[in-house]
Design a protein around this ligand. Sequence first.
Ligand code: 5GP
Length: 205
Amino acid sequence: MTTPQGLLVVIAGPSGVGKGTVHERVRAALPGSVLSVSVTTRAPRPGEVDGVDYHFVDAARFQELIEQRQLLEWADYAGQRYGTPRAPVEEAVGGGRIVVLDIELQGALQVKDHDPAALLVFLVPPSFAELERRLRTRGTESEAALQRRLARAREELSAAHRFDVVVVNDDLDRCVEEVLGAIERARTVAGGPTVRAGEPPSARG
Ligand code: 5GP
């Protein structure tokens, strides 16, 4: 028998891949899971609420958070800064919860360095053309910002192999099922025996 353990799950993928919806569905399927609220220097979009969608801060405050080592990871993205507050994540994972992060590539790789047991899931679009179409339809960005996001998306897609699991987001239900399956497997492994075969239990650190 295995005991469920806390687990850090990163669900990343290029802007426009549909991460937000996948995040919502995954969290709805995992009662007690927590979505980390990031800090960003970007301005709120219409409808975004401070403390819910992001903690919106200015560049000076963000720099302070870096210097005080209050961020688990952080990255520059399309001219703005984004970071994950360290304390709430460590508390929740330590308390046995699943904590889900919606972050970009550089941050995801930093998380894995910090916590090798973290599960990195990368969502990819069915095609690059489809990604561009989704971003344009969303219409939240200026043309220049959209171009920066598309350039960054190309970069991110080429690093997909550095993730534990790559899931194509063409059919939402199937995509969510695959992500949930990967979380379930990672959780079982994390909660299972840490003793290697042939190693006496007394050797556990
Ligand atoms: P957006 O401006 O569209 O909300 O987010 C832009 C990108 O920043 C997305 O890929 C999003 O996943 C990523 N992001 C959001 N929060 C964080 C964070 O705390 N750290 C990192 N590294 N990326 C983040």
